[in-house]
Ligand binder design. Structure first.
Ligand code: ASP
Length: 409
């Protein structure tokens, strides 16, 4: 019965996506209509998702940590998670750079003389680091600054563990609150087929085939790399380290994948990602820690996009990147992806930081800005799939570790 219910939501979202594509194509040339009358309903849905995301991240990370009861265990899971995230992201940029280089010959030569792109100031690495730490208790929640919310959750979670037995009442109250927010999220998610339709349709109506045409090659390069990374890296890791068949993994992830593709927001996809990975068998204490963290700091798709676009922009300007420059891109794109917010369009802003790091003209972003949303849909899908793969892997590793410990006893 439950199985049937799951299938039906996935199916509903899928049908909504197909309908949005058909309707979007029919509405081409009437983007105003789609923007004025269809998009607002998508925005309502996205607002509701944003509304629930802060309490979900705060309470799920906090309750995840509390349920581990042991700071060392949190440390071990945290370390595995961060290592997985950093390695897969560095790999992703490399794939992006290789893909970009392979396709370089096919990139169009674009007149770059009168390009202008006002790069919104992207923070330096040190500023990014400092900004992770909140200076006010309420502000991170009000501003939905997710990195700061994570720091709050970790600090509070650790403190609750350290205070110990005495605060059993607080623990049970937090767990109850977590359940309430989860229920609220479930209600909001019931609207996701409508949300997906209303978000996707105006994009198709506005970005008709014409704009896509001239940048088809760089889009194709990025999408091939996205798919390659997902199929190779995530399949191998869930198979080898997560003990799960890749087919089962991708099938179970479908609702989250379709949702991420339509919404272009990792943070917005978080609730649906939590439910997909738990249904796939990942432990709740792990998903509630790994996924909110991943939605904020793990962006493999964004890293691929930055690799491909760096090569594309360099080639449009007739610049040949050297090997050390490419290594610099691997490093900065990995760091940039940590600082990228899980909301639509954030990756493009961080691209400025990557380009600057190797002396490429930031104006070049104007070349890809027009189709950013199309890049974004793919990169967000990869971003959230990477988070889910990590949850499956870490959950399986922890299970094995616990079994071993139990056997020793
Ligand atoms: N939209 C992406 C995400 O939410 C971030 C990006 O723009 O690359 O994961």
């Amino acid at each position: 019965m439950k199985e049937k219910k799951k299938l039906s939501l996935a199916m509903q979202i899928f049908i909504a996506m197909l309908l949005a594509i058909v309707m979007g194509l029919l509405l081409q040339g009437q983007a105003d209509f789609a923007n004025n009358f269809i998009k607002p309903f998508g925005t309502i849905f996205l607002n509701l998702v944003k509304f629930i995301v802060v309490p979900i991240v705060l309470f799920s990370i906090m309750c995840g940590i509390i349920s581990m009861k042991d700071i060392r265990k949190v440390g071990s899971i945290g370390l595995k998670t961060v290592v997985f995230y950093l390695c897969t992201t560095a790999f992703a940029v490399t794939i992006g750079l290789l893909g970009g280089n392979l396709f370089k010959g096919m990139f169009p030569v674009i007149a770059t003389t009168d390009l202008t792109y006002e790069a919104s100031a992207s923070a330096s690495f040190m500023d990014t680091l400092v900004n992770i730490f909140p200076s006010n208790f309420v502000k991170p929640m009000v501003e939905a600054n997710m990195l700061q919310v994570i720091v709050m959750a970790v600090l509070l979670g650790f403190s609750i563990i350290l205070v110990g037995e005495k605060n059993a009442k607080v623990v049970s109250a937090f767990n109850d609150l977590n359940d309430i927010f989860m229920k609220c999220m479930e209600l909001i998610l019931k609207l996701s087929p409508i949300g997906v339709f209303c978000l996707l349709c105006p994009i198709i109506a506005a970005n008709g085939a014409a704009i896509i045409g001239s940048l088809a090659m760089v889009l194709l390069a990025a999408y091939i790399c996205y798919i390659l990374h997902a199929v190779v890296v995530y399949s191998l890791s869930v198979k080898a380290m997560g003990g799960m068949s890749p087919v089962k993994f991708f099938k179970g992830m479908m609702p989250a994948i379709i949702f991420a593709f339509s919404s272009a927001s990792s943070v917005g996809t978080l609730p649906i990602n939590l439910s997909c990975t738990e249904k796939l068998g990942a432990k709740k204490e792990i998903t509630s820690f790994v996924l909110p963290l991943g939605a904020t700091i793990n962006m493999d798709g964004t890293a691929i996009y930055q690799g491909v676009c760096a090569i594309f922009i360099a080639s449009c300007y007739g610049i040949q990147l050297t090997l050390p420059q490419m290594l610099t891109i691997v490093l900065t794109a990995t760091l940039a992806s940590i600082g990228t917010a899980g909301v639509p369009g954030a990756g493009m802003v961080m691209l400025a930081m990557v380009l600057t790091s190797v002396g490429l003209p930031v104006d070049g972003i104007a070349l890809v800005a027009g189709v950013d949303r199309i890049f974004d849909m793919g990169r967000t899908t990869v971003n959230i799939t990477g988070d889910a793969a990590c949850a499956i892997v870490v959950s399986n590793m922890e299970e094995k570790r616990e079994k071993k410990l139990a056997e020793k006893k």
